[in-house]
Write a protein that binds this ligand. Structure first.
Ligand code: AMP
Length: 185
């Protein structure tokens, strides 16, 4: 006799809503560090995100880029991550800022500055968010090569929900000439 599962649960398919859990959302983050032991700081950020925010499902290689918006000899290491999370965007932002602080980030007021850890929310599913604390998709992501290069490695087909273009198309069209170098570790 052939056993035919008659419910998704019996077929081994776990549907979170069936158990009262919210379904996870896929989001994309950009990590950046230009102070301290940058490689170790990126690793600690990934570990803390896994512990506090969700599951990392993809990660780009590391890139080194010139600071954007301020002059400094200290170049940034950047990495894009894809994560699954059940956190809503604002609680996620709070977790991210706590991790930035734990990794030595000191907010110096307005403007761009060197930092041990910067974590930006680039995309959160296909959500469009305009709140005083959070703009998603990140407002300047499509203008910056240091964001698009790593993001394009892990999400070329993903669509920017405000611009209705894929990350691959935005990367090809980006005119930012800032230097972004792939790092071989
Ligand atoms: P930053 O200096 O890059 O850490 O960002 C400064 C502020 O940007 C934070 O206090 C956030 O409230 C705000 N913000 C707005 N949109 C975003 C976003 N998509 N990801 C991260 N921070 C954001």
């Amino acid at each position: 006799m052939i056993y035919r599962p008659y419910r998704a649960y019996d077929a081994g398919i776990f549907i979170p809503e069936m158990r009262g859990f919210p379904a996870p959302s896929t989001l994309y983050l950009l990590l950046g560090s230009n102070r301290g032991d940058r490689i170790a700081l990126l690793q600690q950020a990934r570990e803390q995100l896994q512990q506090q925010a969700g599951h990392i499902i993809r990660q780009s290689p590391l890139y080194e880029s010139d600071p954007w918006g301020f002059a400094s000899p200290d170049r940034f290491l950047n990495q894009a991550l894809a994560m699954e999370t059940t956190l809503e965007p604002l609680p996620l932002l709070a977790v991210i800022q706590r991790i930035e602080t734990a990794l030595g980030r000191r907010r110096t007021g307005s403007g761009y500055a060197s930092r041990t850890m910067d974590i930006d929310i680039l995309l959160y599913g296909d959500r469009i968010i305009d709140s005083p604390f959070l703009t998603v998709p990140h407002s300047r992501m499509h203008e910056r090569a240091f964001v698009l290069r790593p993001l394009n490695d892990i999400a070329p087909e993903v669509i920017h929900p405000r611009l209705n273009q894929t990350i691959a198309a935005l990367t090809a069209a980006c005119s930012d000439t800032g230097k972004v170098d792939l790092i071989k570790i």
